[in-house]
Design a protein around this ligand. Structure first.
Ligand code: ADP
Length: 232
């Protein structure tokens, strides 16, 4: 298994009490799969995603990615893991406003040992004619395309997407989902996407549901649909 979460617990101190944001979660994801993690707001999705991306420490349990026990990595090893393995896509794009599309992508290219050609990637995400524009000159969908290219330029093995269509209208959301599907097929990138939009589970190879920090469903999707076929 490419991603293996083993009995993950994440607690936060909440005043006097302790809040279990992730409560003994175990699951695994195959290499090359699209995995959708669903759950209501506050159920622990982002916390889990940040643990997979080694941005957040666990209280207990092990996260193993490509055989690497990331929960025990420290310092340089942790930084190298994040650089070489993980691409992040967020709901609100998080582009650097005073850099152009191309420059936003370029600064991430230099982080990895194994990067993709910037202009090929810009073409792949459909931004060739916008590559010298600044984020404020682009629509939400175009900004998300730029953010996806930025995440992918390092050629990460694992793309982590936190509500990537949460700020987009229906048509643009569908275009972005199509793009993920296309990139997953073409580059073989494993994608873990968190969302509270149930319809998106239809395009996943694996569906995980989380509630109050607990995994309440974990199944392979036997009736997978293409992104173009799903609607909500
Ligand atoms: P989701 O992504 O499903 O909306 P989160 O993972 O963001 O859920 O949050 C899960 C729970 O953990 C929530 O109750 C949230 O308030 C709490 N939480 C998340 N991050 C922190 C933090 N840094 N400190 C304290 N509590 C947190």
């Amino acid at each position: 298994m490419f991603v293996e979460a083993k009995d993950i617990v994440k607690e936060y101190q909440n005043g006097e009490s302790i809040l279990k944001a992730v409560d003994h979660a175990s699951f695994s994801v195959k290499q090359g799969d699209i995995c959708v993690i669903l759950g209501p707001s506050g159920s622990g999705k982002s916390t889990l995603m940040n643990i997979i991306g080694a941005l957040e420490r666990v209280t207990s349990g092990d996260m193993v990615i490509d055989g690497i026990p990331i929960t025990s990595l420290k310092g340089e090893e942790l930084i190298r893991f994040r650089r070489n393995y993980i691409g992040f896509v967020f709901q609100f794009y998080n582009l650097i406003q005073n850099l152009t599309v191309r420059e936003n992508i370029e600064i991430c290219k230099n982080l990895s040992d194994c990067s993709l050609d910037i202009d090929t990637l810009i073409e792949k995400v459909g931004l060739t004619e916008h590559r010298d524009k600044f984020p404020a000159q682009l629509s939400g969908g175009q900004q998300q395309r730029a953010a996806i290219a930025r995440a992918l330029v390092k050629n990460p093995k694992l793309l982590l997407c936190d509500e990537p269509t949460g700020a987009l209208d229906y048509k643009t959301s569908k275009e972005i989902l199509n793009l993920f599907e296309d990139l997953n097929r073409n580059y073989g990138t494993t994608i873990i996407m968190i969302t509270h939009n149930d319809a998106i589970e239809n395009m996943a190879h694996r569906i995980i549901r989380i509630k109050d920090g607990k995994i309440v469903l974990d199944k392979e999707n036997e009736n997978r649909k293409s992104a173009a076929e799903i609607s909500w």
